[in-house]
Design a protein around this ligand. Structure first.
Ligand code: AMP
Ligand code: ZN
Ligand code: FE
Ligand code: FE
Length: 282
């Protein structure tokens, strides 16, 4: 019987450190029955992942993680079950361009702060194979001895609002959700606790997102303790949203996180598939 579906993880096609084949093998070893690879702004790792999950007898569903414009915290939107060759493919190029424009700006800020590095150095040090993001820059800052640790790089320079932070998201939540729907997928807010909203403000935001077509909330996530899980379970029930879960595994970029962490129940994936079918009928 299938019991665990980890629906949130990254490879070296974005800011994870394993390649898709290694990720699939680790999922098998961790007793995960189904996976969704949700790299930031890219679907290029999915083909290799599926080849290996098929070989291993694991289930896989296409995924992606997009960042929407948001304040005060961050709003990441997971897309699932879309056609990887649909409109999303072209549109993701725009998301990738935003990264290409942003990375040199971050490096320029760091240079002004007395920490010069080139993008090539960042790529080499972090062994990046795809989309470059702040985790790669954090790793390079630590490797070059500018900071003592990866965490210090984020806390002192790269986290939202810090001195070398440059925003990336140019797309509204509605645009992200519509893009996922146009490609036949469903849209889920990742780690909703990171929106940094509480009480009435939080309810209002979830209600607004449901109104513009959001399909679900990620309830099981390493950033959510049981109280937070209960909160988002309640909100999901109230606004007719699905619940999902994932480890947000990044390999060595988040060393404390194991693949399959939180053991997200397989039933989440079954409900997700039902919703994908329903949406397509509309
Ligand atoms: P980016 O897409 O380039 O903005 O990078 C976002 C990724 O950076 C997130 O998905 C996390 O993996 C990581 N990240 C964001 N904030 C922090 C933080 N304060 N400490 C460590 N990692 C972080
Ligand atoms: Zn990430
Ligand atoms: Fe995220
Ligand atoms: Fe993630």
């Amino acid at each position: 019987m299938k019991t665990v579906a980890d629906l949130h993880m990254h490879t070296n096609h974005s800011d994870g450190t394993l390649n898709p084949t290694e990720l699939a093998r680790l999922a098998k070893a961790q007793g995960v029955d189904a996976v969704a690879l949700t790299d930031h702004d890219t679907v290029t790792g999915i083909e290799e992942l599926v080849e290996e999950t098929n070989r291993l007898g694991l289930e896989a569903i296409p995924g992606v993680e997009l960042s929407a414009k948001f304040f005060p915290g961050t709003l990441h939107i997971l897309g699932y079950g879309f056609d990887t060759k649909g409109p999303i493919r072209e549109k993701l190029v725009e998301f990738q361009k935003a990264r290409e424009e942003r990375n040199p700006k971050i490096l320029e800020r760091l240079k002004e702060l007395g920490m010069p590095m080139t993008l090539e150095e960042v790529r080499d040090i972090s062994n990046a194979h795809g989309q470059i993001g702040r985790p790669h820059i954090a790793e390079a800052l630590a490797a070059k001895g500018y900071v003592k640790s990866y965490e210090e790089a984020f806390n002192s320079y790269l986290t939202k609002g810090a001195s070398a932070y440059v925003p990336k998201a140019n797309w509204s939540a509605q645009e992200c959700i519509e893009l996922i729907h146009e490609s036949g997928g469903v849209a889920v807010v990742a780690h909703p606790v990171q929106m940094k909203l509480q009480g009435l403000e939080l309810r209002k935001k979830v209600s607004e997102l449901a109104e513009i077509g959001l399909d679900g909330l990620e309830v099981v996530h390493p950033d959510h303790n049981s109280e937070v899980q209960e909160l988002f379970n309640g909100l999901a029930g109230e606004f007719g949203l699905l619940t999902t879960g994932g480890s947000d595994f990044h390999g060595d970029h988040k060393p404390g996180i194991q693949l399959g962490q939180g053991r997200p129940p397989y039933v989440f994936l079954e409900k997700l598939r039902e919703r994908i079918k329903q949406n397509r009928k509309k």
